[in-house]
Ligand binder design. Structure first.
Ligand SMILES: [Zn+2]
Length: 408
């Protein structure tokens, strides 16, 4: 194929193919030059056409119809007639690395692949070094994140996740308006979240109206310090787990001891454990009958179940008034049957009452989007099994979450 025909086929803006070096079924190598004759001297701004010398750079490109393609860029060094300085030319379609150079369109493909495969798989598939792929992912994700963080955010979601089960906690910060991840920072303490908020600057913080988080004291203290003007809401799914904990503890005690004083294990109580936690309005008729059989003759279990359902009612309520009624109904059962397992929960309700009830003042804000993001992070953790570096993980995770089409 002639160089001109190859130029057309490669379709690289502002490049011309000057020679086809290798044209085999399994490999294509072409020599290219920038079509510009005149360039501007970066030192003084005057124009020059004087080429001092050239050097061939290997640049990896997208495969051409499945064929691995390498460009040999005849890169020119210009000498300025005005100031005498020399400079190597740049090209907008080429990303220069330390040793590995790629076209911008290949870089985009690599970043897309990183969303679906491990860094190692991407490196192997494209025959490029692992470190190159990782560095590209990191710088790409930095730019995406910086772009996202500049935009206004009214609802901020804060949650934690871990790289390994119970290890290496990170804090995930999400724009609740768009669902985009704004940042993933190491640790889950006050300093971690404060560092992020301070870096965002006063003006951006003023724009935030609602913050949703889990029931973490360090997060709350950072939110009070930097986002004191916002309404802080406790994520309802997190609260539901607190509520269920009381029921679970009562059930465990009862299934072990038996309410009639016998030491027998009560399989019926154990087997119905999920049924006991289900919201009443989600139960089919036959399930209600089954549940009734388990609760009958077990007053403590029944009281625990009623308390749990009233607590669920706080979030099912359509407004604060109704939520207060649900809380009142809970307190009534608790006063009748002050189960030890619910004592801690009552303390928690007192400590976090404002943040729990704020749900009704904020258009029922939840961390639902964060839950969605965490599912994706879960997928990523499986893909990226073996990640030990938090910032590498963060770089990948950021590109995996919505808005990754925002290419720099
Ligand atoms: Zn000059």
């Amino acid at each position: 194929m002639s160089p001109d025909a190859m130029s057309v086929r490669l379709h690289l803006r502002r490049f011309r193919v000057v020679g086809v070096v290798v044209d085999l079924i399994e490999r294509l190598v072409v020599e290219i030059v920038d079509v510009r004759r005149v360039v501007r001297c970066p030192h003084c701004g005057f124009k020059t056409t004087r080429v001092h010398d050239v050097r061939r750079l290997e640049v990896r490109d997208l495969p051409t119809r499945g064929r691995p393609t390498e460009l040999q860029w005849v890169r020119r060094r210009f000498a300025c007639g005005e100031c005498g300085e020399r400079h190597w030319e740049d090209h907008p379609e080429i990303l220069l690395g330390r040793r590995t150079h790629v076209t911008r369109r290949l870089a985009r493909q690599l970043v897309r692949d990183v969303g679906a495969m491990s860094i190692r798989e991407v490196a192997r598939r494209h025959g490029l070094p692992w470190h190159f792929i990782m560095a590209l992912t990191a710088s790409w994700s930095d730019r995406v994140a910086a772009d996202r963080r500049r935009r206004r955010c009214r609802t901020l979601l804060i949650d934690e996740t871990s790289l390994r089960r119970g290890h290496r906690y990170v804090t995930v910060i999400i724009n609740g308006d768009t669902g985009e991840t704004l940042g993933i920072v190491a640790h889950r303490n006050t300093a971690a979240i404060s560092g992020f908020l301070v870096a965002q600057g006063h003006r951006w913080l003023r724009g935030v109206r609602v913050v949703v988080s889990d029931g973490s004291v360090p997060y709350r203290s950072a939110i009070r310090t930097h986002l004191g003007h916002t309404t802080h809401v406790l994520d309802r799914f997190h609260v539901a787990r607190w509520f269920a904990a009381g029921m679970i503890e009562v059930r465990r005690r009862i299934q072990r001891i038996g309410e009639h004083g016998s030491r027998a294990f009560e399989p019926a109580v154990f087997r119905s454990r999920y049924l006991q936690l289900t919201r009443f309005d989600h139960l089919e008729d036959d399930r209600i009958v089954a549940l009734g059989k388990v609760l009958a003759g077990r007053p403590e279990l029944e009281a625990a179940w009623r308390m749990l359902q009233h607590l669920y009612g706080i979030h099912l309520a359509s407004d604060t008034e109704e939520a207060n009624q649900a809380l009142g109904a809970f307190i009534e059962v608790y006063q009748d049957q002050p189960l030890l397992e619910f004592e801690k929960l009552v303390g928690t309700l007192l400590e976090w009452g404002t943040e729990i009830f704020a749900f009704h003042d904020t258009d029922r804000a939840t961390n639902g989007r964060i839950e969605g993001t965490n599912n994706k992070l879960g997928v990523l953790k499986r893909i990226a099994y073996g990640f030990v570096n938090v910032s590498n993980f963060a770089a990948r995770a950021l590109l995996l979450t919505p808005g990754m089409a925002t290419s720099p």
